[in-house]
Design a protein around this ligand. Structure first.
Ligand code: AMP
Length: 449
């Protein structure tokens, strides 16, 4: 094959129809689960005013945004996630009843360095709850994640959880100024990538106190050394109790740890999630706007693609966009990453990648009109049906069906046309070569396995 003249932009890719079948299955399953939990769908523009998207994303986000000036000189940007758009909608629709539970599925764009599982254009499937402080929200979102993953047949995943307020408290323990915590979070976020020495060096580079780092790593090490969630929480609570901080961040951290314990206990009691939650004291998550619980879902994969879902609580964001001061919590599945995990586990192997279930072959030209009615009738029974468009000999038509991976061929000739009903049809299953006459109901049952 010659090298194509054009390729898609770096970090983006084409999805062929066979891949789209899998992706659409992921979309429809997620949509069903979101709706089963009572979330309503929202759609917003793919591009927003740049000012909106940079309002509270943090410095790294500005670097990652695809922004442009339009022909009217307006500064616009492609959305890199849905939260800012959601906050904007809520700020102008105070009438929407609270708690407002919405989901949104669509493309987002980030100017990132492309690598395994990291694209510049990808889909997120996002669910958020606006207007409730209750821990029931976190518990419900975890349950929703567990329900979706159960439907996908994914069993081996971990839901990592922590809380921003505890991280803030840890910063207070480490005598790091509130103004410097974002810097410290950024460094700490890299712990698993660059190790302790790397983070220590970053602390120094960012002008953070080295003793602070040692205190912080000491507390984290002690907590991480504990095998169970309750023990980890206990270890962290002890650290704050012993330090007896004056700093209000210490009190808030203790409260957050108690809440985290409640969320984890309730989720562990959910059979879908039992044994799948891990308290991870190093879970920072990039965005600056988180104010409480943060979480990520992960599965081991050959390519090491990282988390396939992530989110957290972001009280106060709606206010930033001119709305009321409202609590909010939400998360997004990264759809390509989720599909990659499912592909590796082969949980979606039952989904046919063929464009149709049945190919209606036309044995002789005089049967063509009846062949069209057969196809229409089978479609009416919910089957995906192609009817011959080649006008080639029937042998070639069988080859066409085979190349397309269409599993069953219904050859329609003058005999079938003469009978003129679709009560019983000749069916050839290409994989086995088996031929028999089937009723439409039996053909439907055969297709649906
Ligand atoms: P975030 O909005 O960064 O919290 O990410 C939420 C989820 O989106 C992650 O858990 C990933 O599954 C997915 N995601 C984030 N960035 C990318 C990317 N560059 N390419 C593909 N998926 C991504």
């Amino acid at each position: 094959m010659s090298t194509p003249k054009f390729a898609p932009p770096k970090g983006t890719r084409d999805f062929l129809p066979a891949e789209m079948r899998v992706r659409n299955h992921v979309f429809s399953t997620l949509r069903e689960v979101f709706e089963a939990f009572g979330y309503g769908e929202l759609d917003t523009p793919a591009f927003e005013n740049l000012e909106l998207l940079t309002a509270k994303g943090g410095a790294t986000i500005s670097d990652e945004i695809y922004s442009f000036t339009d022909k009217g000189g307006r500064d616009l940007a492609l959305r890199f996630e849905f939260t800012a758009s959601l906050a904007r909608v809520l700020a102008s629709h105070a009438e929407l009843p609270r708690p407002f539970k919405r989901f949104q599925i669509g493309k987002v764009w980030r100017y990132e360095r492309p690598q395994a599982g990291r694209y510049r254009e990808f889909f997120q499937a996002d669910a958020d709850i606006i207007g409730s402080h209750s821990l029931e929200c976190e518990i419900e979102l975890f349950s929703l994640i567990g329900t979706a993953l159960k439907r996908f047949g994914l069993a081996d995943y971990t839901l990592m959880v922590f809380d921003r307020r505890v991280l803030d408290g840890l910063m207070a323990l480490a005598a790091i100024d509130a103004a410097k915590t974002t810097d410290a979070f950024r460094a700490l976020d890299k712990l698993h990538k660059i190790g302790k020495d790397g983070v220590r060096a970053e602390f120094a580079e960012r002008g953070l106190p080295p003793e602070g780092f040692d205190t912080l790593i000491g507390v984290l090490d002690r907590a991480e050394a504990q095998s169970g969630n309750a023990e980890r929480l206990g270890s962290l609570l002890d650290a704050f109790a012993h330090a007896n901080l004056d700093d209000p961040r210490g009190k808030l951290a203790t409260l957050a740890l108690t809440e985290l314990g409640q969320i984890v206990a309730a989720s562990e009691a959910n059979p879908l999630l039992a044994g799948r939650l891990t308290i991870d004291p190093t879970l920072v998550r990039g965005l600056d706007y988180y104010t409480g619980a943060v979480f990520e879902a992960k599965a081991q994969t050959a390519a090491g693609i990282g988390s396939f879902a992530g989110g957290g609580r972001y009280n106060g964001l709606v206010k930033l966009f001119g709305g009321a001061d409202e609590p909010a919590v939400g998360f997004a599945f990264g759809v390509e990453r989720l599909a990659d995990v499912l592909k590796e586990r082969q949980t979606l192997s039952g989904i046919s990648s063929a464009p149709a279930d049945v190919y209606v072959a036309v044995v002789a030209p005089e049967a063509r009109s009846f062949a069209r009615s057969v196809a229409a009738s089978l479609r009416g029974h919910g089957l995906r049906v192609q009817v011959d468009l080649t006008e080639k000999g029937v042998g070639k038509q069988f080859q066409t069906a085979e190349k397309m991976g269409i599993p069953h061929v219904v050859p329609v000739g003058p005999d079938e046309a003469a009978i003129g009903t679709v009560d019983v049809l000749p069916v050839k299953t290409l994989a086995t070569g088996e031929q028999r006459h089937l009723s439409v109901a039996d053909l439907v049952a055969l297709v649906n396995g």
